[in-house]
Design a protein around this ligand. Structure first.
Ligand code: ZN
Length: 82
């Protein structure tokens, strides 16, 4: 199952990157989830913090999956240092 962002204005919608993700993309997502400056991706069912893997987001409490992330979350640009 996939939950698309509700906001669809083309000019404002950030590009999405779908799984499978590379090791570097997963590493960026892991670090993003741990950075207090950003609100982490959470489970659409129970609200737990999602864990990124190469095949998408996984909830550690249930079988919720999500297969997309915002591009800036996957390429380290969220750190603001490049
Ligand atoms: Zn969950």
């Amino acid at each position: 199952m996939t939950d698309e962002p509700l906001y669809r204005a083309p000019a404002a919608r950030p590009p999405l990157v779908r799984a499978p993700w590379t090791d570097d993309q997963v590493a960026s997502l892991v670090a993003f989830q741990r950075d207090a400056r950003w609100h982490e991706f959470t489970c659409g069912r129970c609200g737990a913090t999602l864990n990124p893997r190469s095949d998408g987001w996984h909830c550690w409490r249930d079988d919720y999956r999500q297969d997309w992330a915002h591009e800036f979350m996957t390429d380290w640009s969220w750190r603001g240092d490049k």
